[in-house]
Design a protein around this ligand. Structure first.
Ligand SMILES: [Zn+2]
Length: 236
C-alpha cells in the first residue's frame, strides 16, 4: 500500500520538505506567501506534526520565516542575500574549475559540450535544470563533496535567477558567457575559466540585487500611498 498515512514520520517530513522546497524554488509559492500549518496538513493528507517539522527544516535553509499562530511566510527575496549566494557560488565554482579542469577527460568534455547544446535548445522557462546540468558538467571531475555543495547553492540561487530572467538582454549575455566558459574548459585554461566563472556569477548577483532594490514592494507601496494622498488633496 502506498497510503501516505502508512509512511514513517521521517519519510513524511522529508517528502513534505521536498514538496514545499520545490514550490518555493519554482516560484509556485512566491516570496511573502503565507504558509499555514493546518492548510498544508489538510492539502497533503498528513497531521500537523510533520508539517511543523518540515517548516522548521525549511526555516533552517532560509526559505521560510516562522510566525506566531502556526503559520510561516515564504522568505522575501533579499538583495544582500542574492549578492551573498552568488559570491559563494563564484568562490566554490572557481575552486571546482581549478580542481576539475586538470582531471577532465575526453568523456567529460563530450558531456559538457552536449550539456551546452541542450541548454541552448531548451525553452527559457524550462532552462533551470539544463542550466544547472551545464554548470555541473564543467565541474564533473571536481569531487563529489564540492559538487554536492554547489548543487545546493545552485538550487538556492534559482529563485533569484527567475528575477534575472526578467531583464532584457541577459539571455544573449548568458549564452555568450557560457560558450566562452566551455571554450576555456576545453582548452584546459584554468585562469581563463576561473576569471569567466567569477564574472558570470558575481555580475548576476549584482544585477539581481539591483532589480530587487528597484522593485522593493514597500517602496512601491509608499510611492502609491503618496500618490493617493496627493490625488486626494487635488480639488476636482
Ligand atoms: Zn550560468
Amino acid at each position: 500500500m502506498t497510503d501516505a498515512s502508512n509512511l514513517r514520520p521521517a519519510s513524511t517530513v522529508s517528502w513534505l520538505v521536498e514538496t514545499l522546497r520545490e514550490s518555493i524554488l519554482s516560484g509556485a509559492l512566491p516570496a511573502h506567501n503565507v504558509i499555514r500549518q493546518d492548510e498544508i496538513a489538510e492539502q497533503h493528507g498528513v497531521s500537523r506534526t510533520p508539517v511543523r517539522e518540515a517548516i522548521r527544516l525549511l526555516e533552517a535553509e532560509g526559505l521560510v520565516i516562522s510566525r506566531p499562530n502556526r503559520s510561516a511566510v515564504v522568505a522575501p527575496l533579499d538583495p544582500e542575500d542574492a549578492i551573498e549566494i552568488f559570491e559563494i557560488r563564484a568562490a566554490m565554482e572557481a575552486l571546482a574549475l581549478r580542481r576539475s579542469i586538470p582531471r577532465f577527460t575526453e568523456e567529460h568534455k563530450e558531456v559538457a559540450i552536449q550539456a551546452l547544446e541542450a541548454l541552448e535548445e531548451v525553452r527559457h522557462d524550462a532552462s533551470t535544470e539544463a542550466h544547472k546540468a551545464f554548470h555541473l558538467a564543467l565541474y564533473a571531475a571536481a569531487g563529489s563533496r564540492l559538487l554536492r555543495l554547489i548543487s545546493q547553492h545552485i538550487d538556492a540561487a534559482g529563485r533569484y535567477l527567475r528575477v534575472e530572467a526578467t531583464l532584457a538582454g541577459t539571455m544573449d549575455e548568458d549564452r555568450y558567457e557560457h560558450r566562452s566558459l566551455l571554450e576555456a574548459v576545453l582548452a584546459n585554461d584554468v585562469p581563463g575559466a576561473t576569471r569567466l566563472i567569477e564574472r558570470h556569477l558575481r555580475s548576476t548577483g549584482l544585477e539581481v540585487a539591483e532589480v530587487l532594490r528597484n522593485k522593493n514592494p514597500h517602496r512601491q507601496d509608499q510611492r502609491q500611498m503618496a500618490r493617493l494622498r496627493i490625488n486626494a488633496r487635488t480639488p476636482s
